[in-house]
Ligand binder design. Structure first.
Ligand SMILES: NC(=O)C1=CN([C@@H]2O[C@H](COP(=O)(O)OP(=O)(O)OC[C@H]3O[C@@H](n4cnc5c(N)ncnc54)[C@H](OP(=O)(O)O)[C@@H]3O)[C@@H](O)[C@H]2O)[C@@H](O)CC1
Ligand SMILES: [K+]
Length: 215
């Protein structure tokens, strides 16, 4: 079953109000994403994984992935597309503050993308269901950077630049090898397999009762 982005937000909020906090949804989303990625790659031990993170909860999922991938022995670098003070939500901030206590994960911010390593994997945690309009900087440069690098690319929830409601793309969009979306498929995502790559839906523990009156 495919649902609308509006229905997703309403289900998410109802689950949160039931006590299954967005923070728990984020944890399950990031953990499920890492399991898919590790299953696919066989092992991420010592692999250079570069995670681009937006200031919303799509970015938050990427922060959760960073922590889990460090646990699998990957060499993780997080690129926050903004300053930490601009992180929008409590659940994302919570995960950022955990990573600040983890020397095993390299945290970088700002808008210069010169790294002293060639990534084996790039994770696109830039934009998800909160996308609106043409892509603004520094997200635009990050998306172009991702598209220019030849490595395995993983999209959190949806390739950044693809509207999960309509399946239309903004002026630019990441082209990925795998996409993991959460809870239920959003209507626009399956329309662009050329951008999503292998596409999976992962349950993230939202109580089925959170859908009552919405689906
Ligand atoms: N639903 C669920 O159950 C769950 C959802 N989860 C995750 O949450 C994600 C949705 O999070 P979200 O609502 O924070 O929006 P998100 O996609 O991070 O973007 C907002 C940020 O992007 C920015 N921005 C927007 N348009 C832009 C543009 N054109 N160009 C540039 N910037 C632009 C916008 O900036 P602003 O417009 O506020 O200035 C804001 O900073 C969802 O995709 C999934 O991954 C999981 O945690 C698990 C549970
Ligand atoms: K994304």
């Amino acid at each position: 079953m495919e649902i609308t982005v509006d229905q997703m937000y309403r289900i998410e909020n109802k689950g949160h109000d039931m006590g299954f906090l967005k923070k728990f949804m984020m944890e399950n989303a990031g953990a499920a994403s890492v399991r898919r990625l590790v299953d696919k790659l066989g092992s991420v031990e010592s692999k250079h994984i570069l995670i681009f993170v937006g200031l919303g909860n799509n970015g938050g999922d990427g922060l959760v992935m960073a922590r889990h991938l460090a646990g699998y022995g990957a060499k993780v670098t997080v690129m926050l597309l903004g300053t930490p003070e601009k992180i929008k939500t409590e659940e994302s901030n919570w995960n950022w503050s955990i990573l600040q206590k983890m020397p095993s994960v390299k945290l970088t911010t700002g808008d210069s993308f010169n790294f002293d390593f060639k990534p084996d994997v790039i994770v696109d945690g830039i934009l998800g269901t909160g996308i609106s309009g043409e892509i603004r900087e520094p997200y635009a440069s990050a998306i172009n950077f991702i598209n220019e690098i030849d490595c395995y690319k993983f999209a959190v929830d949806v390739p950044s630049g693809l509207d999960p409601q309509t399946g239309e793309t903004a002026n630019i969009c990441t082209k990925c090898d795998m996409t993991v979306t959460f809870h239920k498929m959003k209507q626009g995502i399956p329309k662009r397999k050329d951008l999503t790559g292998e596409l999976y839906v992962e349950k993230i523990g939202i109580p089925p009762e959170a859908e009552e009156g919405i689906l």
